[in-house]
Design a protein around this ligand. Structure first.
Ligand SMILES: Nc1nc2c(ncn2[C@@H]2O[C@H](COP(=O)(O)OP(=O)(O)OP(=O)(O)O)[C@@H](O)[C@H]2O)c(=O)[nH]1
Length: 460
């Protein structure tokens, strides 16, 4: 047999489907004829995968009555003659031997069928083509591992926030106290030095003297540790704070109970109003918020947000409008709507004290016309980070608006909480709550003992 013919014989097998035929199918003469003649639709053959070496084709040729002439084979059944060149010449003798056997017995050995199947799998262009469907843009067949969600750090308790806020005060103080008492007995000089340290920490002269007095009574002439001082300090501060740690009393016989909130801008008035409203409406009371700081659009907007967030009624007016007029309208509306509590925000521009004083006085006067006891509570907010300045703020607002109680805010920041002790000692005004964060939950009832321990750097 001519080499060209052999090659064509092998190439012919490319017309066979790639599925592995059973020996029976391969041997069926009728099929072999059909494949090897024009009667097989050409298009079907072209669609099928091809194999460069196809011993089955040889049988088919043979069983169809012997090899056809080269030309006929080319024209009839070999659509891809160019692939003949793919056959390595070295392989020809071995394959030829196999073909002759096949011709002899008219059957295809199973091993050859398997070889065909393998060859087809390895070299078929269809097998090489990617089987993946083409996905629309934005999709991928590559499944990637989803990263584990990061575990959020647990939120600190309010006391942890308070102690960390007061850490600057307490660690500075306890560090200095420890240094003061290292290898020293308690004498007049150390007591005097300690008093200075306590005053520097904003505790006030009175409280400083209470502490040194108590320490002296207990340990004069003896060794003193920093811990001794902290313990005595916490006990004495607690005694100063205990009388002012009071709940905010609401007289619900007065509907609405009016809380007028005053304080310097930025001390946390609006935020504190929002936190109070959340607590009150959360316990089922009907709350109305009035935007009496008519000087700042943002203040009005911020209060409205708090009202929405806490399910409270809101009343505001246009920028620059008369705050006392708004307070009047707010009271009437709150009464008409049977609100339990009306909380009125105010401006706190200390820069123009005369104007501020006139405005606050007017608000108080107007409210008094509607209810002689209104406002029932005048609450001042103090920013714990301002230190000594808070003391003078209380003095000013007490005189202008008749402050009846305090809330100290921002005790979670780098607070100088010692000033609250000084204010409590001097003004003896109730301290209702402390602010320990910007969130709605971050308002805690003021507890003398805990606050005192936090200032003294004692753990809870
Ligand atoms: N960390 C902390 N921030 C607070 C606390 N209370 C209020 N703030 C923040 O202090 C800033 C000022 O608070 P406001 O409530 O706007 O103060 P304001 O007194 O109403 O000030 P004006 O609106 O300018 O009159 C805001 O950014 C508040 O989120 C608190 O307890 N802790």
């Amino acid at each position: 047999m001519a080499l060209g013919f052999i090659k064509k014989v092998f190439t012919f097998g490319k017309d066979k489907p790639v599925e592995e035929p059973t020996p029976g199918e391969a041997l069926a003469p009728a099929e072999a004829v059909a494949i090897g003649t024009e009667s097989e639709p050409h298009s079907r053959q072209e669609d099928l995968p091809v194999s460069p070496v196809d011993p089955v084709a040889a049988v088919e040729m043979d069983t169809a009555g012997g090899p056809v002439a080269d030309d006929t084979a080319d024209a009839a059944v070999i659509p891809d003659v160019g692939r003949q060149a793919d056959l390595p010449e070295d392989d020809v003798p071995a394959l030829l031997a196999g073909i002759e056997d096949i011709v002899d017995i008219g059957m295809v050995p199973l091993s050859l069928l398997e070889a065909e199947s393998e060859a087809g799998t390895e070299e078929s262009p269809v097998a090489e083509a990617p089987l993946e469907p083409i996905l629309p843009k934005g999709f991928s067949t590559r499944i990637e591992a989803v990263p584990e969600p990061e575990v959020e750090a647990p939120r600190l308790t309010w006391y942890q926030r308070l102690t960390s806020g007061l850490a600057r005060t307490s660690s500075q103080l306890t560090g200095q106290i420890t240094a003061l008492f290292t290898k020293r007995k308690l004498d007049d000089q150390t007591l005097e030095d300690l008093e200075d340290l306590l005053i520097q920490a904003d505790l006030g002269v009175e409280t400083a003297m209470r502490i040194t007095g108590a320490l002296s009574a207990e340990r004069y002439g003896k060794d003193v540790t920093g811990e001794d001082v902290s313990r005595i300090m916490a006990a004495e501060i607690s005694k100063v704070l205990a009388p002012v740690a009071k709940p905010l009393a609401l007289d619900l016989n007065h509907k609405p109970h009016v809380i007028l909130v005053v304080g310097v801008n930025g001390t946390g008035k609006t935020t504190t109003i929002g936190k109070l409203a959340a607590k009150l409406s959360g316990s089922g009371l009907k709350v109305m918020l009035a935007a009496g700081d008519t000087f700042r659009a943002a203040a009005i907007e911020q209060l409205k947000i708090w009202a929405d967030r806490t399910g409270s009624e809101f009343i505001g007016t246009k920028l620059g409008a008369d705050a006392a007029g708004l307070a009047y309208d707010a009271f009437e509306q709150a009464r008409a709507k049977k609100s339990d509590v009306l909380i009125i925000d105010t401006a706190g521009r200390l820069q123009n004290k005369a104007e501020l004083m006139a405005e606050l006085e007017k608000i108080v006067r107007v409210l008094g016309k509607l209810d002689p006891e209104a406002p029932h509570t005048v609450l001042q907010t103090l920013d714990a980070t301002t230190g000594q300045n808070a003391l003078s703020q209380v003095e000013i607002f007490r005189n202008i608006a008749g402050v009846s109680g305090l809330i100290m805010t921002k005790l979670d920041g780098t607070a100088r909480g010692g000033i609250l002790v000084g204010i409590a000692a001097k003004h003896k005004l109730p301290v209702y709550f402390i602010g320990v964060g910007e969130g709605v939950e971050d308002l805690e009832p003021f507890e003398a003992d805990e606050f005192a321990k936090a200032i003294a750097g004692l753990t809870h």
